[in-house]
Design a protein around this ligand. Sequence first.
Ligand code: PMP
Length: 307
Amino acid sequence: MDFKGKTEKIWMNGKYVDWDDAKIHICSHVIHYGTAIFGGIRCYKTQKGSVFFRLSDHSNRLIYSCKIYRMELKYTIEELNNIIMDTVRINKVDECYIRPIIYRGYGELGVNPFNCPIDMAIIVMKWGKYLGEEALENGVDVCVSSWLRMAPNTFPAMAKCGANYMNSQLIKMEAILNNYVEGIALDTAGHLSEGSGENIFLVREGKIYTPQLSSSILQGITRESVIKIAKDLGYEVIEGTIPREMLYIADEVFFTGTAAEITPIRSIDKIKIGNGKRGPITHQIQNEFFGIINGEKEDKYGWLTYL
Ligand code: PMP
């Protein structure tokens, strides 16, 4: 079977390995227990060359996610950035999605991970728009999932850990089987949390709302970028506890994420959001965001790293 987005080489524990040979043992801890910390980074092609969006912030999240799981990583942010950039260079792609993954490898099969090595791989993939090519303009139709995000003090939501994505898969599969593009999950208190792989924002009466970190969300890097952009555009941004029904009466709702970028939501559970089209504030924030990435607007926050 051909793997979508396949490139030539994968970095594995310090070596470049041919894509087809990048294998691990079936007894690796990660396969049985989901013991992996991963990232998702975009590198965009611009007129000034290839550019990474918030590379150091992604490396930093890998490091703090490892810390939560007591996985000692022997690389600094700068070293991680360099390995990631070198892996993109060696694959000769000017636009890609990068998937760094740090995992417990081959050592022992018991739940105790301490005797399993901490391995790392960097995968570079060719990738298009996550929720469909037209989604950024037309918006997507989504549902509220019957699955909740993990409860506090069960799986740490702030760690970008492989195991968390078993929950994401339940949300995503349910949505797809019901003909929606994506599902929005609530937290165990019934408040708004996030999508299976995106943070969520809503606009009501000119104010912007997004769930707080304690609503079982990942601390999205796109989320933080949107909060900064929105505040600089003069909007009030409220991070808090948001009731489900705020979704249905919002003027605008949108997802944020490295893969989804800023994707408008045009309906939720078949209730039309606003007038069912991308809203003006969503559009304005998209313009700032993509303007910076394309190099058309000044990179005033220092978010870009040129290859
Ligand atoms: N929440 C979840 C569960 C995610 O998987 C992602 C994607 N990494 C996000 C939010 C968005 O995070 P970011 O903007 O850093 O990609």
